[in-house]
Design a protein. Structure first.
Length: 298
């Protein structure tokens, strides 16, 4: 049995990590540089964030590779370093994780097949180089996160399936329309989006970014209603970003996420963490709530 599924079998719920991008910016990096180049140029800074999440109670952390596709790295003239940036990202997180797990973070390329900005063969090459680096670096699973284009994601999943025995986690981001319904940027409903993901071969599915902890409850309830036995991941933002005194802040403090996390636990979510704006303190809160839930349900 793969390590991820073994852990889930034993622990039922895993606590993941929080934000990487906002934490790197808080650590003092220039927001205009490519954050993934830090894997090569300042690995200690990357290691420290990973280690802090482990110390906060994460069972599974991601890698500093969200934007490390060949296509995205090309905008920084770094596409020739795609493999090594991803391999090093995995190695850094593995070192920090110790006996905990690591999921290789893969984000969307930022270009659209629909508008011919990119073609399938370019996407296949980009995904392959990134996934090859992450797998060779030792990740325990792959996390396709913050996706909104199912056509792009299907190509990534097909490439990932070539790497046998590597679990595939897929997390989408949704927007709420004026009628109160949730859709991806490309217009997919919750039900349609997850039906497609499961057909593609995703093992664990869920939602991240886009919305705060409380709003995300609505999305998870709809997923559970349609797919009651499906293992889910949730990693919301710490609320929507707001500009206050020329600084971007996230208003859902660790104290404000308690009720939402309790809802996630009641819904049977398998992996709980955070996205933009979440910190080690958010993870400590989630860790405490998961431990309380586990003690109560023994």
């Amino acid at each position: 049995m793969n390590k991820l599924f073994e852990k889930l079998e034993n622990l039922k719920i895993l606590v993941s990590d929080g934000a990487w991008g906002t934490e790197l910016i808080k650590s003092g990096i220039n927001s205009n540089i490519c954050p993934e180049i830090l894997n090569l140029e300042n690995p200690d800074k990357v290691f420290n964030i990973a280690k802090q999440y482990i110390e906060a109670g994460s069972d599974i952390i991601s890698t500093n590779s969200f934007g490390a596709s060949k296509i995205k790295l090309n905008s920084y003239s770094l596409s020739n370093k795609t493999y090594i940036i991803n391999k090093t990202a995995a190695e850094i997180s593995k070192k920090a994780a110790g006996d905990k797990l690591v999921m290789g973070s893969i984000g969307p390329c930022g270009k659209f097949l629909l508008t011919d900005e990119i073609n399938e063969s370019e996407l296949e090459e980009s995904f392959y180089l990134q996934i090859k680096g992450l797998v060779d670096g030792g990740v325990d699973c792959l996390l396709f996160e913050t996706f909104y284009d199912l056509d792009e994601l299907s190509i990534g999943i097909n490439i990932a399936k070539d790497f046998t025995n590597i679990p595939i986690i897929c997390s989408l981001t949704f927007n709420k329309n004026n009628d109160g319904n949730f859709f991806t940027l490309m217009g997919n409903s919750i039900e349609n989006a997850f039906e497609e993901l499961l057909k593609f071969g995703a093992n664990i599915v869920g939602v991240n970014c886009g919305n705060g902890f409380n709003t995300t409850i609505e999305i998870l309830k709809q997923i559970k209603l349609k797919f009651p036995s499906q293992k889910l991941i949730v990693q919301p933002n710490a609320g929507l970003p707001e500009l206050v005194s020329e600084k971007i802040i996230y208003t859902e403090t660790p104290e404000k996420i308690v009720t939402a996390v309790e809802n996630y636990l009641e819904l049977g979510v398998s992996i709980i963490g955070g996205c933009c704006g979440t910190t080690q303190e958010h993870i400590k809160t989630i860790r405490k709530l998961v431990d309380q839930w586990r003690n109560k349900n023994r």
